[in-house]
Design a protein around this ligand. Sequence first.
Ligand code: F6R
Length: 614
Amino acid sequence: MCGIVGYIGNRDAKEIILDSLQRLEYRGYDSAGIAMIDEKNAMIVRKEVGRIDNLRNEVFKYHRDVNSKLAIGHTRWATHGKVTAPNAHPHCDSRKRFAVVHNGIIENYQVLRKILIDKGHTFSSETDSEVLVHLIEEFYKEEERNLQSAVVEALKLVEGTYGIAVICVEEPYKIVGARNGSPLVLGIGENEMFIASDVNAIMPYTKNVVYLEDKEVVVIKSEQFKTYTLDYQRIEKEVTVVDWDVAAISKGDFETFMLKEIFEQPEALGNALRGRVQPRDGVVKFGGLTMTPEHARSIDKIIITACGTSWHASLVGKYLIERFAEIPVEVDYASEFRYRNPILNDRNMVVVISQSGETADTLEALREAKRKGAKVIGITNVIGSTIAKESDGGIYLHAGPEIGVASTKAFSNQLMTLAMLAIYIGRLKNLPLYEGERLLDELMTIPYKIQQVLNQAETIQKIALKYVKNKNFLYLGRGFNFPIALEGALKLKEISYIHAEGYPAAEMKHGPIALIDENMPVVFIAPKDSLYEKIMSNIEEVKARSGRVIVVTDNHDSVMESKADDLIFVPGTIEEFSPMINIIPLQLIAYYIAYEKGLDVDKPRNLAKSVTVE
Ligand code: F6R
C-alpha cells in the first residue's frame, strides 16, 4: 500500500510528481504530499488529506512559482495514525533539511521513537514512518555530507518493511532510495531519473527501468545512478525495458478504469493464451515453467495460497486441477497458511497467486513454503514483482496493468491460467491427447464467448439498476461456480458497499435461508451442468420464501424462466470453463449498481490495490 515517487532532472519536478502520483493513487488514496527543493535550496512541503487532485490544487495555489528540479511524493493508505495532513508523507525533520517518503511498516518504531524523543527530537505525526527522518537527521554528519551513509545507518536500526526515497537540502542533486519488502523501481531517462513504487507511475516518461531488490540502496543523480548493498558494496543492475503500453494505463473512452478493464477481458484472455496452447498436440507450454512427466507424477499434493479475489480464483483452480490433473489440491488463505503449521514435503507443489505480486501475506506464505522445502510456482500479473522473482517457477497472467482497485481482468486471466496449468499437468500424467485437444479447442473460444456477454451490457445494466436500493444480496452457485458466487458477492460489496454473501447453493438451507424475504435478491449462477437440477430446487426454495431471483444461465428453459425475476443468458461452454463466462455479468452488476450510487468505483473507500501490510 502507499505509493512513492521521486524525480530529479531538468523538468518541473512538481508537475512530474503530481502526474506520477495520479497513476499511483490506486495504491492508497486517503492523503498525499510532496516535498521539493527550490532554487534557493529550501525544502517546500505540501501535504493534504484527500485525493491527488486536492494536493495539486493546493500546490498550484501556494507554490505555482517554485522552480524545482528535485522532488519526492507520496500517496497514503493509512496504517499507523489517522488520515490527517500531519500524518501524510513526506516527513521532515524539525529544521526541514531532510524529507522522506516511505511505503511499508517500521515494526520497532515505538522503541526508536522513544529513543529519539529522549535525544530531543520532536515528532509531528503519529506515524511509524516519521522515525526514519529523525534517524537520518541523527546520523547525518555536517562535515561529510553523505546522505547515503545517514540513510544506511538509519536503516540498520529499523525492523520491518520499507521502500523509501529521501532528499536533503545539503545535497540538492540526489535522491537516495532503498527497499526491503516493499517494491521500488528506478526509471532511467535522458538526463533525468525517476524512482517509484511501481512502473505505472513513470511509464509515460521512460520504459527503461531497474528493479531494486531487498536490502539494496540506490543513489540517483540526474545523469547516473549507483546501487549498493547495505554494506556499501557496489552492485551492477540490469536495465529492463518494460513493454507495457502507456495507453494501457489510461481510461481511453471509458469513464472508469474498472469498466475499461471489464471490457478488456476478451483481449486480456487472448494474451494469456497466446503462444501457450497447442491444440493439435493437446498441450500447453509455459516459458517460465518446465516440468517433466516424472516430476508431474511425483506430485502428491498441490497447495494453492492467495488472498481475496486471487483466493477465489484458487478455489476454481482446485476444481480444475483435481479434474484434469488428478492431484489433490488444498486452498489456503495466505494469511492463515503461514501462521498454522502447514505439513509440506518434497512431493508437494505450492502455487501462490497474486495479481500485484506484492501482497505481504502471499509473499510470506511463499517464503514459508520455500523454507519448508516446497517448490513454489508463482502466478502473477506484474512483471518483476517480488513474488515473481522469488518463485521457483512462474507464470505471468499477461492481463496488462490493472488499475481499478477491484480486480476484474486479472481474475479472469487467473482462471484461464489455472485452466492451462491443470491441462499442462494433466497431459504430463493421464489426460489423453483427445481430451487435451477438446479442452484447448474449447478454451480458445472463451474470449469470444465473453465478448458476447459484454455485448449485452445494456441489458445487464437495466437489470442491475432495479436492485440499487437493496441493502443485502445473496450469491449462490455450485461446483465450479461456487467460487464465482463468492467473487460476485465480493465485487458488489467492495465497490457498492452493499452487504453481500456468497455461498455454495446447497448450504443456503443450513442457515442463510433464514434471511430470505421479499427484500433479499438472490443471484443464482446456474449453468446447464451436472448440478443444474439441484440448483433449480434451490431456486424453488428461494421463490417459496418470496426472495427475488436473478439467474445467470446458459440454458433457455421455460421452468427457469417462470421462476426467475430476472434472467441473464450467457453462451454455453463446458462446466469446467463456465466460471470464466459467468463472472462477467456479476462484475457488470456490481459495477452498474455502484456507478448508479455515484460511488468512486475505481477507488473504493478503505481499500488499496496492493496490500503490502499484513
Ligand atoms: C478484490 C481484490 C483483492 C485482491 C487481494 C489480493 O477485488 O482485488 O481482494 O485480490 O488483495 O491481491 P493480489 O492478487 O494482488 O495478491
